[in-house]
Design a protein around this ligand. Structure first.
Ligand code: PLP
Length: 397
């Protein structure tokens, strides 16, 4: 049975070209990139080539990129590093729907006496940038807003937010983990001061990431203890993995526009198929300003977890929200912030498509869904049918 993988927001398969490029650096090319001799300099060259490739994908000067162990580290390093550099300012602004990689360092800062203003989103998961202006204070050090939401795919108006921040002398951090490789980021030309990217979401290896820091940004390193990454992150670089990330970035850039349209068409085919096949469903999140690959759907009378497990048995892999919440049945904080009723939150399933998804996969998924949802409805409709204001009809328009 060929498994159908529709969980690309959790992780993407490593590109075979990236795996192949990594090989020598797991074997004969074993130097330390900081060594001056031939072994070291070969590795340094490979590392800088990888950085240049990532720079092209992100639209950023490679010198402004710091390699990290992933998106989580890049988010923490940006947030804590900007606060450390401007200790007189003790207020931050963030949206309620950020990933835990952003929420948790902010909670740490709150425990240290910082104040955080949490911005609300509307029923479509959208953020109104005028809220940012209203939230800023004289001692605001940083605003943090994600480029695209990992659960719904909804895009935030980061340029408008950045303009407000520029005017008021406040830094803007953007978590670009879900947007990299799916949107043309062009970081250098935008009012963004720092950004986080994850390697394993762009068909690179797990445990790799990138922190973008605008030149001149007041910032202090999180990890010290070495001169690596131009003094911005201590520790010997994971050269093999970063070479793989460089190759993956090159591939993503090469077919970004074409892939975006192809994947968007497949996602829309899946979503339309679901809306036609089932009655008690709703799409969560604004359907227009959204990542091309993501669809978050609530089957209002069922448990998302039951759908996930039944689909998995039939060879289709999906998720019920953020992957890091797997095994945790707390309702999604993203859908809750959007005001999605709890029955619909419990019935939510996230489909996230990728480079390997085919039209056949979508049609098979729809067949399997009909089978699974039909059976679950006959067995035990856990929730009574309920009228949800503003659900399917409005969203479909
Ligand atoms: N930010 C967002 C929006 C994410 O979706 C994720 C991972 O799911 C992360 C950060 C963390 O990235 P990593 O897994 O590379 O630490």
């Amino acid at each position: 049975m060929r498994r159908i993988y529709l969980d690309h927001n959790a992780t993407t398969p490593l590109a075979p070209e990236a795996r192949e490029a990594m090989g020598p650096y797991l074997g004969e090319c074993y130097g330390n990139p900081s060594s001056v001799h031939t072994f070291g300099s070969r590795l340094r060259l490979a590392l800088e080539e990888a950085r240049a490739r990532v720079g092209l994908l992100l639209g950023a000067d490679p010198l402004d990129l710091v390699f990290t162990s992933g998106g989580t580290e890049a988010d923490s390093a940006a947030i804590l590093g900007v606060c450390a550099a401007r200790p007189d300012r003790r207020h931050l602004v963030a949206t309620r729907v950020e990933h835990p990689a952003v929420i948790e360092p902010l909670r740490t800062l709150e425990r240290r006496g910082y104040r955080v203003t949490w911005l609300e989103v509307d029923a479509g998961g959208r953020l109104d940038p005028t809220q940012v202006e209203e939230a800023l204070r004289g001692d605001t050090v940083l605003v943090t807003a994600m480029y695209a939401n990992n659960e719904t795919g909804v895009l935030f108006p980061v340029d408008a937010i950045g303009e407000v921040c520029r005017r008021r002398g406040v830094s803007l951090h953007v978590d670009c983990v879900q947007a990299a490789g799916r949107e043309a980021l062009r970081l250098a030309g935008r009012p963004i001061d720092s950004a986080a990217v994850s390697g394993h979401k762009v068909h690179g290896p797990k445990g790799t990431g990138v922190l973008y820091l605008r030149r001149g940004l007041p910032w202090e390193p999180l990890i010290r203890g070495g001169h690596q990454e131009r003094g911005r992150r201590g520790g010997t670089e994971n050269v093999a993995a970063l070479v793989g990330l460089g190759v993956a970035a090159g591939l993503a850039l090469g077919d970004l526009e074409a892939e975006r349209e192809r994947v968007r068409a497949l996602r829309d085919r899946l979503e339309e198929g679901i809306l036609e096949a089932f009655e008690d469903v709703q799409v969560n999140g604004d359907r227009r300003a959204r990542l091309c690959n993501t669809s978050n759907v609530s089957f209002r009378r069922l448990e998302g977890e039951a759908i996930l497990l039944s689909l998995d048995r039939l060879g289709v892999c999906v998720s019920t929200g953020a992957a890091c919440q797997a095994g945790n049945t707390d309702p999604s904080h993203v859908l809750a912030a959007m005001g999605v009723p709890s029955t619909a939150i419990h019935g939510s399933v996230r489909f996230s498509l990728g480079r390997d998804t085919t039209e056949g996969d979508i049609d098979t998924t729809l067949d399997r869904l009909r089978e699974v949802v039909g059976r679950l409805m006959r067995l035990a409709p856990v929730f009574p049918a309920e009228e949800v204001p503003g659900a399917t009809k409005e969203v479909r328009a």
